[in-house]
Design a protein around this ligand. Structure first.
Ligand SMILES: NC(=O)c1ccc[n+]([C@@H]2O[C@H](COP(=O)([O-])OP(=O)(O)OC[C@H]3O[C@@H](n4cnc5c(N)ncnc54)[C@H](OP(=O)(O)O)[C@@H]3O)[C@@H](O)[C@H]2O)c1
Length: 256
């Protein structure tokens, strides 16, 4: 199998949650590969900083302030992308949260609704809009969901209770989409990328804990660039090859 990013050079990729962590690393890598990347997130100051950082690279970075939990924001973002960059070829559904108060025993419905709106419903809306545009332009594009190992198994993590449920939903949604696309004989690819623990802001206050310091000392953690490498691998496969699931874990498993 010959791996190459050549067919994506100059093409349009959308990365949700591009203001930090894994999304920022994926956006940066795709711009360096020569793609036109629209980065969506709420913190537009972070997106603007990334745009400045990438201004002399091969590709283009277009920051678009978007709340992925709001359909109107997503529709406006996709309109802007089509007008300013052109037909969409790649969508990386990366935006995700673990909001405080989402536990089952003490949680509240606002937190529960919010985590599903961002991690699941927003992903569905962005996917629908991207595929609509790919079909309108006869683009055999690629949809990538940034899932989690917690989308395949529920393991002990503090304050995580609804998070695995949203990621299990993402696993099911990737396969449902694969069936829907297959029924239409579409050549659009769908890849589910499932990382283990990655050093990003989503870890939150736990970063200050002794357990986390031990994880770092034991190198039991991945970095956002490792996941960007995985995304580029899936994108680099020839048109007839589809990476269905890519699980990326640190060699030493973290202990909490
Ligand atoms: N870190 C890990 O250990 C790990 C492991 C497996 C999977 N993941 C997954 O990786 C993805 C990225 O997370 P990360 O680890 O890189 O954490 P992160 O640094 O906190 O990044 C999360 C991103 O999602 C965006 N986001 C959150 N709510 C949003 C909203 N309402 N609208 C638009 N964007 C929103 C954030 O942007 P704004 O706040 O600026 O909106 C940010 O860019 C998530 O789906 C997460 O579940 C992470």
């Amino acid at each position: 199998m010959v791996l190459s990013m050549d067919r994506w050079i100059g093409k349009v990729a959308v990365v949700t949650g591009a203001s930090s962590g894994i999304g920022a690393a994926i956006a940066e890598r795709l711009v360096k590969e020569g793609l036109k990347v629209a980065g969506l997130a709420r913190r537009d100051d972070r997106l603007e900083d990334l745009a400045k950082k990438l201004s002399s690279q091969k590709g283009i970075f277009l920051p678009i302030k978007t709340d992925i939990s709001k359909e109107s924001d997503i529709l406006n973002a996709f309109k802007k992308i089509k007008e300013q960059l052109g037909p969409i070829h790649i969508l990386v559904n990366n935006a995700g949260i673990v909001p405080p108060g989402s536990n089952i025993l003490e949680g509240n419905i606002d937190a529960w609704t919010n985590i599903f709106e961002v991690n699941v419903i927003g992903l569905c809306i962005a996917t629908r809009e991207a595929i609509k545009d790919m079909k309108a332009n006869n683009v055999n594009g690629h949809i990538i969901h940034i899932n989690s190992i917690l989308g395949h198994q529920v393991i002990q993590f503090k304050n995580m209770s609804l998070y695995p449920a949203t990621k299990f939903a993402v696993t099911a949604l990737a396969e449902t989409l694969r069936l829907e696309l297959g029924n239409q004989k579409s050549k659009i690819k769908i890849t589910n990328v499932s990382p283990g623990l990655v050093d990003t802001e989503i870890i939150g206050a736990a970063k200050e804990s002794p357990a986390f310091k031990e994880i770092i000392a034991n190198q039991a953690i991945l970095f956002p660039e490792d996941i960007a490498d995985g995304v580029v691998y899936a994108l680099s496969t020839p048109p007839h090859v589809q990476i269905q699931e890519l699980t990326i874990r640190p060699v030493t498993e973290p202990k909490f």
